[in-house]
Design a protein around this ligand. Structure first.
Ligand code: P6P
Length: 323
């Protein structure tokens, strides 16, 4: 089986990007071993502190963020980083050619119940004309991403990565090497599986209510087939299922916090996942347009997300166009 570095070299990934990806993986392997130990190291539970999102941090949110931040800050390749757990961007090497955004531990509400969580990352070009590292440097649309991926800490520890040349899956071996286990994966264009938090049904916009209602009518309804539902409450796990067997994931705007376009964050959730989904032949929109075409206004900006099998995402867009 091919190791990560061998595969990336054969895939003609530039050497400095391979170095950065390997650096990120060294941090994620450390996060993985922390997660594996969990209660044995007394690191489960709440950190008794709110992050910039207003969410109570888990101890492992802080630990994972510190591991990745420390690792990247020691790299001459990284100009700076933006993390879900950091109010502002963090400068690294002012000659660095890459910017990195990341959600250090997505789905962390699942940690204490031992359900899959993940690290999501996005690699952007550092602006050539910039001196230093400012939040504004990160405000690039998702279509500028050089690479994107996630590490899924599940039954297996997997890296799912795109550098713009398709999506490939690597499995972490006992020897600490990531091995290529699936190559150039493609999302099935049609599906019978949707993922949404149904408890928010009364808060959704009418087009989303109508779309989901039609799915629930099954074979006798307007979609003419029976659908199944999944909700893990860990975006990384949902996206991985969709990349693996198809499906549609929705976290749309809802009226609980009407001023926010959605719950998920654009820079380190929406954009990297959208690059992966598009590279795998799927589609990812904010119900108005492709997420990767959204012009970010701030590094913690939120976004409504509908992604996955193209036929279903097209259908959701039609429900909005016809509204
Ligand atoms: P809810 C995890 O907190 C997360 O950001 C995503 O990983 C996940 O899809 C979503 O929120 C779950 O949200 O409202 O169902 O708990």
């Amino acid at each position: 089986m091919q190791r990560l570095t061998q595969f990336l070299k054969q895939d003609e990934t530039p050497a400095d990007l391979i170095e950065l990806i390997n650096l990120l993986m060294s941090a994620c392997k450390e996060v993985n071993s922390k997660l594996q130990n969990g209660a044995l190291e007394g690191i489960l539970g709440s950190a008794e502190h709110e992050n910039v999102q207003g969410e109570v941090q888990k101890k492992l949110d802080v630990i994972a963020n510190d591991i990745i931040k420390l690792t990247l800050s020691q790299s001459a390749l990284v100009r700076g980083m933006a993390s879900e757990e950091e109010e502002h961007s963090v400068a690294a090497d002012l000659d660095g050619k890459f910017l990195v955004t990341f959600d250090p531990l997505d789905g962390s509400s699942n940690i204490d119940v031992n359900v899959s969580v993940g690290t999501i990352f996005s690699i952007l070009p550092a602006p050539k004309d910039a001196t230093g590292c400012k939040d504004e440097d990160f405000l690039q649309p998702g279509n500028q991403q050089i690479a994107a991926g996630y590490v899924l800490y599940g039954p297996s520890c997997l890296l799912v990565l795109t550098t713009g040349n398709g999506v490939d899956v690597f499995t972490l071996g006992h020897n600490g090497e990531f091995y290529l286990t699936r190559e150039k994966i493609q999302i099935p264009e049609t599906t019978r599986e949707f993922a949404i938090n149904m408890s928010n049904q009364r808060f959704w916009d009418k087009p989303v209510q109508d779309y989901i209602s039609d799915l629930l009518q099954g074979e006798d309804g307007p979609r003419g087939k029976r659908y199944n539902m999944r909700w893990v409450a860990s975006m990384v796990a949902e996206v991985h299922r969709i990349l693996t067997r198809g499906g549609v994931f929705l976290y749309p705007w809802d009226s609980r916090e009407p001023k926010k376009p959605g719950k998920l964050r654009l820079m380190y959730e929406g954009n990297p996942m959208s690059m992966l989904v598009e590279q795998a032949g799927g589609r990812s929109v904010n119900t108005q347009k492709e997420i990767v075409d959204v012009e970010p206004q701030n590094i913690h900006e939120r976004v409504s997300v509908v992604l996955g099998s193209k036929e279903e995402v097209d259908a959701v867009m039609d429900y909005h166009k016809n509204a």
